[in-house]
Design a binder for this molecule. Structure first.
Ligand code: ATP
Length: 359
């Protein structure tokens, strides 16, 4: 096991900067999710750790070792891809064993090839960890999609790498299997404790699996923190709107004596921020749809346009001073103008120009 440290790491392809000055410390044993929209540079960042892409600038460490110029095979990391290509002619046992055959491994202070008996022990252990023991003699075509994915994972853990690198490993699975495999991956990580760097654009995967999330956009790290930190205190408007479904409402407003005024409505200012926002300043106020509640004594008056029933709650589409406001409500709101309340602790304020959170 080992930490993985990016120090000002960049990757350029001609004019395109895929990763721009990334500094991130993935701690030993951590489950770090790189999250961001398509093209934000997360796969490139992962491939640089694997040694599949050269680094244009900066320093990359695995443990204490600088690996900028270390060959992929010498980095002792294991990559699981989206398409978990298995050898079709080999059994599950053969597939799991395959990475052990060619390589040398550190054993009792020396580095050597494993014996047949040692290989069999490791295969049995990996198969047990992924509940594949009953399938060891089957060929991949006789397995379900989820079982095949578990074989790919077993093949990744069998060499006991310093870190697992996973690039959207669940994206080929259907929704039900994805939820189940997500849980299995988390439990596997808890059992083996190996550092994981996991790339996805799916915020649910990030929120449910990560010990920390690194949100990226346009090649740059936007924020790194626990799922709770990122949800409750997004560093900027991009992060605020990327995490949360439906996304946070962000409305243009102005600081007044009452609070942050948007048309005829106003939002309370979070306690710590009140004395630091000068009156008249233009800001963007952010409120998650789940943090607005129907309340006649509230200060957020909005025009209801439509509502959608989702089963356990509703999405209410409103307009406020010509801007959209989305509310998650447990009951059907009356039509026309409705008043909502919001707790100041759930109000986020951003600088309108830079998009940065004001704290
Ligand atoms: P996705 O989720 O779609 O895989 P991503 O966030 O993983 O996206 P990357 O694959 O890392 O993004 O790509 C980041 C940027 O670098 C993109 O603009 C992409 O077009 C560019 N890029 C990636 N690989 C190359 C390459 N070999 N040559 C030129 N540009 C590249």
């Amino acid at each position: 096991m080992a930490s993985v440290t990016f120090e000002g790491v960049s990757k350029r392809y001609g004019d395109v900067t895929a990763v721009d000055g990334l500094s991130l410390d993935v701690r030993d044993g951590e489950f770090m999710v790189l999250l961001g929209p398509s093209g934000c540079g997360k796969t490139t960042a992962l491939r640089m750790v694997a040694g599949l892409e050269e680094i244009s600038d900066g320093t990359l460490r695995i443990g204490d070792d600088v690996v900028n110029r270390v060959e992929p095979a010498q980095r002792d990391v294991s990559m699981v891809f989206q398409s978990y290509a298995l050898y079709p002619h080999m059994t599950v046992r053969g597939n799991i064993e395959s990475p052990l055959i060619a390589r040398r491994y550190p054993v009792d202070g020396t580095t050597r090839k494993l014996t047949k008996v040692e290989r069999a022990e490791r295969v049995a252990e990996a198969a047990r960890a992924l509940e594949l023991t009953p399938y060891l003699d089957r060929k991949p075509r006789a397995l379900s999609g989820g079982q095949r994915q578990r074989v790919a994972l077993a093949r990744a853990i069998v060499g006991r790498p310093k870190a697992f690198l996973m690039d959207e490993p669940l994206s080929n699975l259907d929704a039900k299997l994805r939820t189940q495999t997500r849980r299995e991956l988390v439990e596997l990580h808890q059992r083996v404790g190996t550092t994981v760097i996991y790339v996805t654009h799916d915020q649910t995967e990030a929120m449910t699996m990560a010990t920390r999330i690194a949100v990226m956009s346009a090649g740059r790290l936007q924020q790194a923190g626990t799922p709770e930190e990122i949800y409750t205190a997004p560093a900027n408007q991009f992060v605020a709107r990327f995490l949360g479904s439906p996304p946070m409402n962000c409305l243009d407003g102005k600081v007044t004596v009452e609070g942050i005024t948007v048309g005829e409505a106003w939002f309370p200012i979070p306690t710590g921020l009140r004395t630091r926002l000068e009156e008249g300043r233009l800001v963007t106020v952010g409120v998650r749809p789940e943090h607005l509640s129907l309340d006649a004594a509230g200060t957020v008056k909005a025009q209801v346009r439509a509502s959608e029933w989702l089963g356990h709650d509703r999405l209410v589409f409103c307009t406020l001073d010509g801007q959209d406001l989305l509310v998650r409500a447990t009951s059907d709101p009356p039509s026309g103008v409705v008043t909502f309340a919001v707790d100041p602790a759930n109000v986020h304020v951003f600088d309108t120009e830079s998009g940065q959170r004001l704290t």
